[in-house]
Design a protein around this ligand. Structure first.
Ligand code: SF4
Length: 435
């Protein structure tokens, strides 16, 4: 958030938009920590929770100015060796004891923009996952995509694959960001709002869930554009809307444009907060309920997903150049990029890890409290079984203080964020973690 105006009647000066324990804080890989990681992979997975398998296609054929995900320029010549390396990395994990004793109920092609691949390549990666990992009978198949490179042929190939597996649902995660053509142009989003709406309708007509990213407090955003975006998204009846404030990340073109004055700066934190609250009310009135990090949805699958419900116990196997969301047991990792370096590294038969973090028991306790920002309860009994103390003893005074402020509730051993606390859920979890 920018230009904090402050508001003393609120629990915090401004709304925090970035959670603790993200890839930005991981230390570089060392001989010691990679050894500990590979040793860990020789053990069996005894957690007993379903996991997410997430291969990344870290390429894109466009350059949105805000994008901080790995999105190297797509070129046909690199895709063959990249897909080969991606499969090899997946295979290296698949051969470990930890992964052989793990069960996955979500396969997610992430990135980047996997839909830069052609239909055959998409199915090739998905089929490789099917053949090498323990997938549940009701697995969810999700593919991240961009409206300008999604075609009926690709959608049909994904849907046929999922249907053959009898998938619980097939979903395309679509980065829309805004339906306002002026804002889209500022962000260098290549197609128009009308084009985006058209492809979303096609996705849904094919029986595939459409889950879209929508951002607010974009350059030039007003309350009017906020309302129009939410109305348009709900009018399209998309199954899920990941709704979050734009956060300008270092080294993005947008950061430079805002710094140089070429692009107007974002609205202040008070205005940003009002935008969220307006949208929140519209979602609630439209039948969309909050779930996960930032989602509003009306489909049951989004309220029971393992990737959310199992955080931070379950694990997420993420692979591919520059991927940064992987975590297995107490380890979290970021992969090497760019793709050329990644391909070289994998060809030598080594895990292509650039940053690797190992949680202490105390880190894990803090991380469990971050369930609150993904709108999941913290179970005091499970916490005590795991750590020998209850959260109130681990974090003296913190929970009581937050309950007093009306931001948390404690009932039947479950600590939850209240409706009032929802807006402040990132601030709440920072109370349990060191900045
Ligand atoms: S289309 Fe998606 S992956 Fe590509 S640059 Fe834009 S936000 Fe990033």
């Amino acid at each position: 958030m920018t230009n904090n105006s402050g508001n003393k009647s609120e629990p915090y000066e401004e709304v925090e938009n970035w959670p603790p324990y993200t890839y930005t804080e991981y230390p570089d890989v060392t001989t010691e920590n990679i050894h500990a990681f590979t040793e860990f992979l020789t053990t069996e997975n005894e957690v007993g929770l379903k996991m997410e398998l997430q291969p990344w296609v870290s390429f894109c054929d466009s350059k949105c100015t805000f994008c901080y995900f790995p999105n190297e320029n797509f070129s046909r010549s690199i895709m063959r060796p990249y897909v080969r390396a991606l499969k090899k990395e997946l295979e290296m994990y698949a051969k470990t004891s930890y992964i052989q004793t793990s069960i996955f109920d979500e396969v997610v092609l992430g990135g980047g923009s996997p839909t830069v691949l052609d239909a055959d390549q998409l199915v090739e990666i998905l089929t490789f996952c099917e053949e090498n990992f323990n997938l549940t009978n009701d697995v969810m198949v999700k593919v991240a995509g961009c409206t300008h490179n999604l075609t009926v042929e690709k959608l049909k190939a994904i849907s046929d694959f999922a249907n053959r597996l009898d998938a619980r649902c097939t979903q395309i995660d679509i980065g829309v960001q805004s339906f306002d053509n002026k804002i889209r142009k500022v962000l260098n989003i290549v197609d128009s709002a009308e084009d985006a709406s058209r492809i979303i309708k096609t996705v849904r007509e094919m029986g595939i869930y459409a889950c879209i990213d929508l951002m607010y407090n974009l350059p030039g955003e007003t309350m009017e554009t906020v309302k129009k975006d939410v109305e348009t998204a709900m009018g399209l009846e998309v199954e899920g809307i990941d709704y979050y404030a734009l956060s300008i990340q270092p080294d993005t073109p947008l950061q430079k444009q805002v710094e140089s004055g070429k692009v107007v700066n974002l609205a202040d934190s008070e205005t940003e907060k009002k935008m969220y609250l307006e949208a929140y009310e519209m979602f609630q009135n439209g039948g969309y309920k909050p779930t996960g990090h930032s989602r509003f949805s009306y489909v049951q699958e989004h309220f029971t997903e393992s990737c959310v419900a199992g955080w931070p116990w379950a694990g997420q196997l993420t692979t591919g150049s520059g991927c940064f969301m992987g975590y297995l047991g107490p380890f979290s990792y970021v992969n090497i990029e760019p793709a050329r370096d990644y391909i070289d590294f994998v060809s030598k038969g080594a895990f292509p890890i650039a940053k690797l973090s190992l949680d202490s028991k105390e880190d894990t306790m803090r991380k469990v409290m971050t369930r609150l920002y993904v709108r999941q309860p913290v179970d005091k009994i499970k916490f005590k079984q795991e750590f020998g103390i209850i959260p109130e003893e681990a974090f003296p005074g913190a929970i009581e203080r937050l309950v007093k402020k009306g931001l948390l509730s404690v009932e039947n051993s479950q600590i939850r964020v209240t409706e009032k606390g929802d807006l402040w859920r990132y601030n709440i979890v920072w109370e349990f973690c060191e900045k």
